[in-house]
Design a protein around this ligand. Structure first.
Ligand SMILES: Nc1ncnc2c1ncn2[C@@H]1O[C@H](COP(=O)(O)OP(=O)(O)OP(=O)(O)O)[C@@H](O)[C@H]1O
Ligand SMILES: [Mg+2]
Length: 250
């Protein structure tokens, strides 16, 4: 099983939008995919029409009280399952802080998923935390949506320095791409043109700023379900193909 984590310390940059669309495309490519929603806001679950766990069990798996497999539910789409989030996850940080050997807790839980799933996709909350460290340990690739702006690049550099400075995360690839791109804006064009220097990738995928992607909230569906031929949907298709090629996901 390969593991992708959609991660950025910053909020509102397109982590959830991207995690949902990429998980959907993976499932469409016949890869048995599991989207694990780790954000107590539970937006990824909601986009896929999966209700919050009403019994607030999401935290219980981390306490060893509920087997992880029991939280896995089918989505409306073939090959795409979800581990929904709920508000109990707000306490995950405290729980990990208390655990003596907590850095690998997520990895241990994820190991139990690999029999049924070929691809695990995390939708992460915006934070630098013990939870993030668990995600770094457990994932093969951090997929990082970035706004094409100098402040976003600064925070991306901090993330890279932090991860690369630690031996335990040597295995972890970091894959940036740009979101909410507006080609009418000079600063966006400048940042993208200099992507090789700025983010270390010469062919970054650019997801356009488009209302079709915002409408995922209205439809509660991946964009490919209702606007498959639009630029936003096609850009996510390109991102998916880039991820398959680079990280041998299939
Ligand atoms: N390319 C885009 N064009 C226009 N709107 C977008 C685009 N990508 C995301 N959005 C919108 O921006 C908002 C934030 O997106 P999203 O929830 O995916 O970000 P996030 O990084 O997961 O946020 P959070 O940090 O709160 O979890 C949402 O309203 C979403 O519909
Ligand atoms: Mg989110």
């Amino acid at each position: 099983m390969k593991t992708l984590a959609f991660f950025n310390v910053k909020g509102g940059v397109g982590k959830t939008t991207s995690a949902v669309n990429i998980a959907y495309l993976a499932a469409q490519a016949k890869l048995s995919t599991l989207l694990w929603d780790l954000d107590p806001q539970s937006c990824a679950s909601w986009y896929l029409g999966v209700p919050d766990n009403s019994e607030h069990k999401a935290l219980r798996v981390f306490k060893g009280k509920t087997p992880i497999g029991k939280l896995r539910v089918n989505s409306a789409y073939p090959k795409l399952q979800v581990i929904p989030a709920d508000i109990s996850l707000r306490k995950l940080e405290i729980l990990l802080g208390d655990e003596a050997h907590s850095r690998k807790l997520l990895e241990k839980l994820a190991d139990n998923l690999s029999e049924k799933n070929k691809l695990l996709v995390f939708d992460c909350a915006p934070a630098f935390s013990k939870v993030s460290e668990n995600i770094f340990t457990c994932s093969d690739v951090l997929v990082v949506p970035l706004l094409p702006s100098p402040l976003a690049l600064r925070s991306f550099q901090q993330l890279k320095d932090y991860v690369k400075g630690k031996k335990q995360w040597k295995h972890l690839a970091i894959h940036p791409f740009f979101t909410m791109v507006d080609k009418r804006r000079k600063i966006h064009n400048e940042v993208i043109a200099d992507a090789k220097n700025l983010v270390g990738i010469s062919d970054p995928v650019c997801i356009p700023y488009t209302s079709e992607l915002e409408k995922m909230g209205t439809h509660q569906k991946p964009i490919h379900q209702y606007a498959a031929r639009t630029p936003g949907a096609l850009a996510y298709q390109t991102l998916w193909e880039q991820l398959i090629d680079k990280y041998a996901l299939t």
